[in-house]
Design a protein around this ligand. Sequence first.
Ligand code: MF3
Ligand code: CO
Ligand code: CO
Length: 268
Amino acid sequence: MSNVTIKSVKEVNGIRVACQMAADTLLKVGEMLKAGITTDDIDRFVHEDTIQRGAWPAPLNYHGFPKSVCTSINEVVCHGIPGSQVLKDGDIINVDVTTIFEGFYGDTSATFYIGKPSAEARKVTEVSRKSLDLAIAEVREGARLGDIGAAIQEYAEGQGCSVVRAFVGHGIGRQFHEPPQVHHYGRRGSGMRLKAGMVFTIEPMINVGAFEVEVLADKWTAVTVDGSLSAQFEHTVVVTKSGCEVLTKRTRQLVNSEPAWSAVVAPA
Ligand code: MF3
Ligand code: CO
Ligand code: CO
């Protein structure tokens, strides 16, 4: 982990542009979601929207991933492959957008509600959303990586949910995945010290049931072993002396995710 790079102001500026493109594409995805569309429709939209910006969708052909975005429904934890599956009322879906612009990567995801969610779906989604916010609040120069994981684990487990261990947040910049690995569980005061200019994602995957996951025969789709619902939110952040800047910060609220359910109906 000693090879974590400190980004220059110019590099952060480049990453921020890619991050803002990804954030804007994700906002537009939220606006198109409804029962009856397929995950291939989402893929086509993300591909076209990204290309129109003069950018490129990072997932496409990444280690053989066949599509331009990840779409992960219900018990799918992450890396769902878009296809002919039709969204139906009550589903939750994470859409994970990663944009490459002028050599820099920006990575962000959110979980959306299709129609009216069950109490369980709302719970896991809102716990995931808040766990990312709590994690971001830990980030500043001098804090430790373990503080991030601990904040997520303490809150999510305290709410009766579990934290996926098998996938981590990651450094990002001119590469999709760089050091450090950002675990979403851990102990306060442990792990590497954060320094201003480090850029990484935080992307907690939270399950209603147990944390174990398995990858399907397609080699990508990760699902909960017990079939329980899973939700995820992701931001890319840069560490500063006093805190952090959320490079994928949205310029308006998500449609079909917040605030209709989240603000009005807090998780129990
Ligand atoms: N966007 C995912 C992440 O947050 C990685 C997707 S890799 C892919 O790290 F190949 F599945 F697209
Ligand atoms: Co990521
Ligand atoms: Co991502």
